[in-house]
Design a protein around this ligand. Structure first.
Ligand SMILES: Cc1cc2nc3c(=O)[nH]c(=O)nc-3n(C[C@H](O)[C@H](O)[C@H](O)COP(=O)(O)OP(=O)(O)OC[C@H]3O[C@@H](n4cnc5c(N)ncnc54)[C@H](O)[C@@H]3O)c2cc1C
Length: 382
């Protein structure tokens, strides 16, 4: 793998960085306090290709590569991880599921408005009693004439309230376990489909997270995505690629936290000199910079494998595990380097520290990444 970026990729990075600095940076704390998701920015995101980053131009997408996707996600997360989480969930979960497994008619009908920023996508796998063990879901879809009737609820759904469509996984054949789960597209406004409680979160507060509820929600048969019984298997494939996105988000967040700490280290003076001249502070900065670079390379490798059409489940899990864990350390060291000022909202360090914890939880916890890695790395040795 060539680790260097092309001139086009450098340009892409600069343009997304400039956008994030001017359109996101001034409002980061306001949105965080109000738990406001800036839906008003969707047309601007779409103009930059951020609402359909990897989808082909025939569906209005920007047709970027997976490595390009990482660059976009990193640059958004460097400034506002929570807005970035929404962009990553829209692209990497809901829209990606339709792109990867939807019929031509579904792609035409849904991907085009999603990529245009006219619609926002959600993706419903997790339930109150089934998170890591997502295959144990209880939401059902029962055959009813030429349609399906969905009953149940989903927990922690990004854009559960503001999303225009959701791809939801439901049990269609209980006897067949994880091979008895199917996926459906449900549009907002469909009778029997509504948002429940909006979560009041520790971090990622500008990204809306809500419960969604299905009560005798009837959808036509053509709303099934992929083959009957394949919904869970397809969801796992969506997550493989989605994890590259969370890895990139972690790298970008860590970079933002590191840059803020580095800046502060040379502004703040104690004992007559900038704290950035003290060896223990320098060691923290150097170690974080090194870990961030390593995480970036792991993430780009998984993305490059995806671009080459190679299986990258192992590499994506490694990238997600490592990047999220080093991001937690970068954000924690960022607070430490800021001292008391890291504990108050006047500096960005405390927000990175709150936001970062999601990265070791969402789209598979660190413990689950280790299970995925162990299965592929160790079980083949049995
Ligand atoms: C902000 C946010 C946004 C989200 N967005 C979405 C979304 O859009 N769509 C969606 O479907 N879901 C979403 N989720 C849900 C997320 O994917 C789950 O929270 C996550 O998968 C963990 O599930 P859980 O919360 O039920 O934890 P649990 O599965 O109950 O885990 C609790 C603890 O037990 C550990 N654990 C569980 N099983 C094992 C095991 N076998 N071995 C070792 N340890 C184990 C876990 O690692 C964790 O530490 C979101 C969550 C958050 C917080």
């Amino acid at each position: 793998m060539d680790a260097r970026l092309t001139d086009e990729q450098d340009l892409l990075r600069r343009s997304i960085r400039e956008f994030a600095e001017t359109e996101l940076r001034p409002y980061v704390m306001e949105w965080d306090e109000a738990q406001h998701f800036p839906r008003e920015l969707l047309p601007k995101f779409a103009e930059l290709g951020l609402m359909g980053i990897q989808f082909p131009e025939e569906y209005g997408g920007a047709a970027m590569s997976a490595v390009d996707y990482c660059i976009c996600i990193e640059e958004l997360a460097r400034v506002d991880p929570s807005v970035c989480l929404s962009v990553a969930a829209h692209n990497g979960l809901g829209a990606a599921h339709i792109f990867m497994f939807g019929s031509e008619a579904q792609k035409q009908a849904y991907l085009t408005p999603l990529a245009a920023g006219e619609k926002l996508a959600a993706w419903g796998l997790t339930e109150a009693s089934s998170g890591s063990d997502a295959g144990a879901m209880r939401t059902t879809a029962s055959r009813d004439g030429d349609g399906w009737v969905i009953n149940g609820s989903k927990q922690f759904i990004t854009h559960g309230k503001y999303g225009d469509i959701i791809v939801v996984m439901a049990v269609t054949n209980k006897e067949r376990g994880s091979r008895g789960i199917s996926a459906f597209i449900v549009e907002r406004g469909t009778p029997g489909f509504r948002a429940g409680k909006k979560e009041d979160k520790l971090g990622m507060r500008a990204s809306e997270t809500s419960e969604v509820i299905f009560e005798n929600c009837r959808v036509p048969a053509e709303q099934m995505v992929g083959a009957e019984g394949q919904g869970f298997i397809n969801a796992l494939q969506v997550l493989d690629a989605g994890r590259i996105g969370i890895a990139a988000l972690s790298v970008g967040l860590a970079q933002g936290a590191y840059e803020a700490a580095r800046r502060y280290a040379f502004e703040r003076r104690q004992f007559g000199q900038p704290i950035g001249t003290f060896q223990s502070i320098r060691a923290k900065l150097v170690d974080n910079a090194t870990r961030i670079e390593a995480a970036r390379l792991l993430t780009y490798r998984a993305a490059a494998m995806k671009d080459a059409g190679q299986r990258m489940s192992l590499e994506a899990a490694m990238a997600k595990l490592y990047s999220s864990e080093i991001a937690v350390r970068a954000a924690e060291d960022g607070v430490q380097i800021h001292g008391g000022y890291g504990f108050v909202k006047d500096y960005p360090a405390e927000k990175y520290f709150r936001d970062v914890k999601l990265t070791t939880i969402g789209e598979g916890t660190s413990e689950i990444q280790r299970l995925v890695i162990a299965r592929q790395l160790l079980d083949s040795e049995k």
